[in-house]
Design a protein around this ligand. Structure first.
Ligand SMILES: [Zn+2]
Length: 679
């Protein structure tokens, strides 16, 4: 090598050395993908109108009082240092009661939930371990340390408590939460080789994405890189939901095999929770393959196991798309929560539409007016609510899975059902990266948030009877003019939305997009979004048809006959039978030209006392139908009449055309929603 070449080589190496010493290059994998939308602090969104009434019912019912009426939470609670419930049900309840307390700014409920939060925060072990005292700790009068991690207990209930604490922090900024979580995650990182996620239960292994979610949430605050190492480690120790959702075999096999092999991978609640797995993996790796996996998996899930009310069968397992299959309430509320997270991470409108569909249809149908009773499994075509075994993948011995009751079926839903409406409300708005606001799902509420380059406070009153009405008005309340982007979702079902500002038409927009309105907003500005709703029909299992209009799915209106019963172990329960005939097929003309052959009637105003039930149903659709005399109840359910590929039922049909009334699915307890079609 001559001297000149040597000098160049020397300079090149020094330059590289200089580069690496001056600036520690950050590996791509150590930074999270930026959120498309960020959560708004809990308590900034206040429910209004019908939604507020829903929360007042819940406050007066089990959400506000489960600790007073439910033995398991009442007695010697493990999360308050006692020997009672130390597993999932107490954190489940808190996971809905905490957001309710802050959505309603309810002092009493805040005091109530704070007892459990305080006990948890105050009793973290020096090692970082937390939660109810373990058997070993009591017997040995000792605390779980890094060395004795194997004397700890199930990771799973702690994952729920982390979600509770995250929401509590979002509402209060309590300075104890971040160090508490940091310490616990350090503990996890230190012991996971020895005490893996699946050491105690498969529940933890199947639900680890919730653990990962909170770890990555904390990373956004502390930027502590060891958190990313931990979340990647937990991902590896848990069920590979992303892979399953992406590669299709899993969902196909679940449609065929109902055996006890791998049933945890088909368990509908686990599946609902697993939906967030590809999103959190994308967030950590920025690998877009995960987003594709989720899109593929969610679409497959709804094709093979989907039901018209916007959720998949889960009785308890995925169980195909026959309209007589059941869905567990926990599967709905967990799928909702996953989608709320998926929306923030991906910004994908597809999941916003899906979230509204399950919230406004599946969710309200499964609880009673007072929110004190629920069904473990609801059935899409539910021609009666009764005791029975039915074609469920988990038919409990006492035949109580389908009735309404507080303690009927497995009790997870009684504890977990409180997060459905509450978290939906706290995700009505998100913050945008450009310091604006985005309304991505709709319901009446008022938000106060900071926007624009100077973080100015704005209050927006969202006035609407949505999902029953198509008009949404945003009333601005500002101290001074402020420029910020306002983003609005135009749902896919809407052909063309009309946007007006202070009475003047601003623009029209096609459905299936999130639009941005950039403006210097003035006090008392009124922006209206009109989302015209058309009647359509959609195709479901057994070649059935459902009638839809906007975000709502409609079902046959059937007057209800309620009967109370009592079961020795599971207590008081309610059965419901219909008063009229239900065995109708809708006319083929309806499917061909739905808008022309059905009539929409607004029959009742949506008042501030609105309850999701038959007597409050604000909208009706009148359709033409004929009775199918051979369509009868067999062993408690109504097996779907067979149709050929043309979709028309070829059996005996009565000649007489009758007018039937359809009401929003969420207002029904007994119904037909997946109709056979007749000529
Ligand atoms: Zn459940």
């Amino acid at each position: 090598m001559d001297s000149r070449k040597a000098l160049v080589a020397f300079m090149a190496t020094s330059f590289i050395a200089l580069l690496s010493s001056a600036q520690e290059p950050t590996p791509v994998a150590s930074e999270l993908a930026p959120l498309k939308y960020k959560e708004i602090p809990l308590g900034s969104i206040k429910p209004r109108g019908w939604l507020r009434n829903q929360f007042e019912i819940m406050r007066n019912g089990t959400t506000g009082h489960l600790d007073e009426v439910y033995d398991k939470i009442m007695n010697d609670n493990g999360w308050l240092g006692g020997k009672g419930d130390g597993w999932e049900e107490t954190p489940y309840w808190l996971d809905g009661a905490v957001p309710l307390a802050y959505l309603l700014a309810d002092i009493k409920l805040k005091e109530k939930v704070l007892k459990y939060i305080n006990w948890t925060l105050d009793n973290q072990r020096p090692s970082g371990y937390f939660g109810p005292l373990t058997k070993w700790e009591r017997e040995n009068n000792s605390a779980i340390s890094l060395e004795t991690c194997d004397k700890g207990e199930d990771w799973w209930p702690k994952m729920i408590m982390l979600k509770v604490l995250q929401q509590y922090y979002s509402a209060t900024n309590d300075a104890r939460v971040i160090p508490f979580m940091t310490k616990f995650f350090n503990y996890q990182l230190s012991v996971l080789d020895k005490c893996s996620i699946g050491k105690w239960t498969e529940w933890a292994q199947s639900r680890g994405a919730d653990n990962v979610l909170i770890i990555q949430w904390l990373y956004e605050i502390t930027k502590d890189k060891s958190l990313l190492k931990l979340s990647s480690m937990i991902h590896k120790q848990c069920f590979p939901w992303s892979e399953w959702l992406g590669n299709r075999d899993w969902v196909i096999n679940a449609a065929t095999y109902q055996n006890d092999k791998n049933w945890m991978s088909r368990h509908g609640v686990n599946v609902g929770m697993g939906l967030k797995d590809p999103a959190v993996n994308y967030q950590r790796t920025k690998d877009e393959k995960f987003l594709k996996d989720l899109k593929t998996g969610f679409a497959d899930l709804m094709t093979l196991h989907g039901l018209p009310m916007g959720i998949y069968s889960a009785d308890e397992d995925l169980h195909g798309n026959d309209p007589t299959q059941g869905t567990e309430l926990c599967a709905i509320v967990e799928a909702q929560y996953s989608l709320e997270q998926v929306i923030g991470i991906t910004g994908d409108l597809y999941y916003m539409d899906a979230l509204e569909r399950m919230t406004f249809n599946a969710l309200p149908a499964q609880t009673t007016d007072d929110y004190n009773s629920k069904q473990y499994f609801q059935i899409a075509n539910q021609v009666q609510v009764s005791r029975g075994v039915f074609n469920f993948s988990l038919p409990f011995d006492r035949s109580m899975n389908n009735v309404f009751g507080m303690r009927s079926g497995y009790t997870c839903c009684l504890a977990n059902m409180h997060q459905g409406w509450t978290k939906f409300a706290s995700h009505l708005w998100y913050a945008t990266p450009a310091n604006g606001l985005a309304a991505l799902v709709y319901s009446p509420n008022q938000i106060t948030a900071r926007v624009g380059k100077d973080n100015q406070e704005v209050t927006i009153n969202e006035v609407t009877d949505y999902p029953f009405d198509n008009l949404i008005r945003f009333d601005m309340s500002l101290k001074k003019d402020v420029a910020f982007p306002l983003q609005l979702r135009i749902p896919s079902w809407c052909r063309e939305a009309i946007i007006t500002l202070n009475g003047q038409r601003l623009r029209t927009e096609k459905g299936g997009q999130v639009i941005t309105i950039e403006r210097t907003w003035k006090n008392a500005d009124k922006l209206t979004l009109q989302l015209p709703m058309e009647i359509t029909t959609s195709n479901w299992g057994r070649n059935s048809r459902a009638v839809e209009r906007g975000p709502l799915v409609y079902a046959l209106k059937l007057d209800e006959n309620w009967q109370m019963g009592q079961e020795a172990t599971e207590g008081i329960y309610y059965s419901v039978t219909p008063k009229g005939n239900w065995n109708y097929g809708i006319l083929e003309t309806i499917v061909k030209e739905p808008a022309k052959n059905m009539e929409v009637k607004n029959v009742k105003p949506v008042t501030a006392n609105f309850i999701w039930n038959l007597s409050n149903a604000p909208t009706e659709i009148i359709a033409s139908a004929k009775k199918i005399p051979d369509w009868k109840i067999v062993n408690g359910t109504a097996p779907q009449p067979v149709t050929d590929r043309t979709g028309v039922y070829k059996g005996k049909v009565e000649d007489k055309v009758e007018k039937i009334t359809l009401v929003p699915y969420g207002c029904t307890k007994v119904r037909i929603v997946a109709f056979p079609v007749v000529k």
